[in-house]
Design a protein around this ligand. Structure first.
Ligand SMILES: NC(=O)c1ccc[n+]([C@@H]2O[C@H](COP(=O)([O-])OP(=O)(O)OC[C@H]3O[C@@H](n4cnc5c(N)ncnc54)[C@H](O)[C@@H]3O)[C@@H](O)[C@H]2O)c1
Ligand SMILES: [Zn+2]
Ligand SMILES: [Zn+2]
Length: 365
């Protein structure tokens, strides 16, 4: 057993607490990864608040270095990797290069154990929940499978690499892989958090000439403008849907990251005929469907997980976009020492920062 330090949720609804844990050795195609940096995604915050199979370690934006490999792993010790969601590799969706919709996704990413119900993590000699998104990387070490540890093609600062595994992949992928706007299409993003701002960068990469970001937080609107939004709307000051319609007459592509029923209604309302609304937010579980508008305008309303991406190819593509200056990830990231996990978690919950990233002492040592 390897000793490590993890942020563990011990009681229902409680915040994670830094605690000593132990990990077993990697088996099969698993790799043991020293986590150099890990981002906090809003999904960590919302799932942690309602998760009941405790204790549990969250964290699903790990970036680090492979230190040990299982006998069937495809990696080498020393590989720099980004950890992302897990998938089985053999169901019809994985075989169709759509691993985000893996038939075993819930078991592999959300249950807190490996598919065989074992746990890789132990606390005081007893097994605890791990394997969140096939990693549980709020820990100085994590065990991932070869499919969800993506080897990076070139060196990149781990703090900037970490959010590629979820938020950035989701936002950029929703635009490049799903909405696929043409340069003369207008695109609207509701919610300018890490996912929405990544979508703004994706829209700029697509060459969209009109990119509209909607968010009540002034700082986030300013950042959206800096990253490529041509218009930033405060929905608490004006009617966002009416403003979008006034400016554009209707748009081809909308991304909603809020999962708020009122925002979804506005999002559908701004689409032009044959337009598409992509949904990525974890929020309200149901909302009303405006059947007449969707049918009459031939609209598409489409759920998107992890940007529809095939991570082994899409994450290296994101690294390349970053190298070319088209994904200024440093503008999203705020760094915190791993020891200050509480401060980073509080900042994530209160939306004070867009993308808190914890840096372990391993970096640079
Ligand atoms: N589908 C996926 O694969 C996937 C991946 C990552 C994250 N997520 C989910 O996507 C969502 C966004 O993630 P994030 O990290 O960017 O979260 P976030 O909370 O930082 O961003 C949401 C933004 O929405 C804004 N907002 C609130 N009310 C609004 C309104 N009325 N109009 C417009 N904007 C409004 C907030 O100010 C905030 O900036 C979360 O629910 C997260 O769980 C999904
Ligand atoms: Zn699968
Ligand atoms: Zn996430």
């Amino acid at each position: 057993m390897l000793n490590a330090r993890a942020a563990v949720v011990l009681d229902a609804g409680a915040d994670p607490r830094l605690t000593d844990v132990q990990l077993r050795e990697p088996i099969g195609d698993e790799v043991l990864v020293r986590i150099d940096a890990v981002g906090i995604c809003h999904t960590d915050v919302s799932v942690a608040a309602r998760f009941r199979k405790l204790p549990m370690v969250f964290g699903h934006e790990g970036a680090g270095t492979v230190t040990q490999t299982g006998p069937d792993a495809t990696h080498r010790v020393g590989d720099q990797v980004v950890l992302t969601f897990a998938s089985c590799g053999s169901c019809p969706h994985c075989l169709a290069d759509a691993p985000a919709y893996c038939a075993h996704s819930t078991d592999l990413n959300m249950r807190g154990s490996r598919r065989d119900e074992t746990s890789v993590l132990h606390l005081d000699g007893a097994p605890i929940g791990g394997g969140f998104f096939g990693q549980s990387s709020f820990c100085t070490y994590a065990i991932a499978g070869s499919r969800n540890a993506v080897t990076l093609p070139e060196p990149i600062d781990p703090a900037l690499a970490a959010p590629l595994g979820c938020s950035v992949q989701t936002g950029v992928g929703a635009v490049l892989n799903v909405l696929a706007p043409q340069p003369d299409d207008a695109l609207v993003v509701f919610g300018a958090g890490a996912v929405g701002l990544s979508a703004v960068m994706g829209a700029r990469i697509s060459g969209c000439d009109t990119i509209i970001a909607v968010d009540p937080i002034a700082q986030r609107r300013a950042l959206a403008s800096e990253l490529g939004a041509t218009v930033a709307i405060d929905p608490t000051a004006v009617d966002a849907a009416a403003t979008v319609l006034e400016l554009t007459g209707g748009v081809a592509a909308v991304l909603d990251t809020t999962a708020r029923p009122d925002v979804l209604a506005a999002a559908i309302g701004v689409l032009r005929p044959r337009g598409t609304l992509a949904l990525v937010g974890l929020g309200a579980l149901t909302a009303e469907l405006p059947v007449a508008a969707i049918m009459g305008k031939g609209l598409t309303v489409r759920g998107v997980v992890e940007g529809d991406s095939e991570p082994q190819t899409f994450i290296p593509r994101l690294v390349d976009l970053h190298r070319r200056g088209e994904l200024p990830l440093d503008k999203l990231v705020s760094r915190y020492p791993f020891d200050e996990f509480d401060r980073a978690w509080t900042a994530a919950k209160s939306a004070d920062v867009v993308k808190p990233v914890l840096i372990t002492g391993a970096v640079g040592s």
